[in-house]
Write a protein that binds this ligand. Structure first.
Ligand SMILES: [Zn+2]
Length: 245
């Protein structure tokens, strides 16, 4: 889905057991700065992401950096294969780096979760589930991102530390587009913004405090990893969600 000139929300199918949904890694590119990918899908998503690059007239060698909004499997799963193909550097918040690098177990991954996924999947999918999720994905992070840091791409991308979904969760504010790439801090349902998923947010009060932090940015639209683009006028809805909880 094209969001603006040289800014795409990719549409990548994701299958967890019998649940199927579309997730939205974001691609930004520029002749001078190369391409930036925000989040990478579940393990095995690199092929679908590569097909999108090709569709947009790009290739792996154009991809210079990957920003991971947080450590969840559906965000970091494609990263190591993409790094291998592209040589891109990986950027993330320090509070999630030990998990992303495999030094600590991902906070939402454990053997019991794998067992539950196997039970939910039909027998013919067990091999695939084991292959994709049997060992949690990991990737080396090259650069730590600080809260409030402004990356020099696309006229300025501000890193906003929004813990709650995970300790090192970040959102990214693209000032030229007045667009927030929310990661899992927000979801969209038919364009209507919703707060983070309660099942996937271990610290909901902290996640709500993070939403209040977003109110100081002149956000017009929000691009959610789960649910896609919000309707315009997102800040009013965001205020409602942040202040009512
Ligand atoms: Zn997610």
């Amino acid at each position: 889905m094209n969001i603006a000139h040289n800014l795409e929300a990719l549409e990548i199918p994701m299958r967890f057991g019998t649940n199927e949904s579309i997730i939205h890694p974001v691609l930004i590119w520029d002749e001078k700065e190369g391409a930036t990918l925000i989040d990478t899908g579940i393990p095995g998503s690199h092929a679908a992401i590569g097909a999108h690059l090709e569709r947009l007239g790009l290739s792996w060698k154009d991809l210079r950096r990957i920003i991971l909004t947080h450590q969840d499997i559906d965000h970091i799963g494609g990263a190591s294969a993409i790094v291998e193909a592209s040589g891109a550097e990986v950027l993330a918040h320090p509070d999630d780096i030990p998990y992303i690098q495999g030094e600590r177990m991902l906070i939402k991954w454990n053997p019991a979760r794998l067992e539950a996924m196997l039970q939910a999947a039909p027998p013919e999918q067990h091999e695939r589930v084991r292959r994709l999720f049997g060992a949690p994905p990991r990737v080396r992070v090259d650069r730590a991102l600080a809260d409030g840091e402004r990356l020099p791409y696309r006229g300025g991308i501000t890193v906003i530390h929004t813990p709650g979904p995970t300790p090192g969760h970040i959102g990214l504010y693209l000032s030229a587009d007045r667009l927030l790439v929310s990661g899992d801090a927000l979801r969209a349902e038919n364009g209507l913004l919703q707060g983070p998923s309660p099942q996937m947010t271990p610290d909901l009060p902290l996640a709500t405090a993070s939403l209040r932090k977003l109110l100081s940015y002149p956000i017009e639209r929000v691009l959610c990893y789960h649910g896609g683009l919000s309707a315009p006028g997102a800040l009013a809805r965001l205020r409602e969600l942040a202040l009512s909880a």
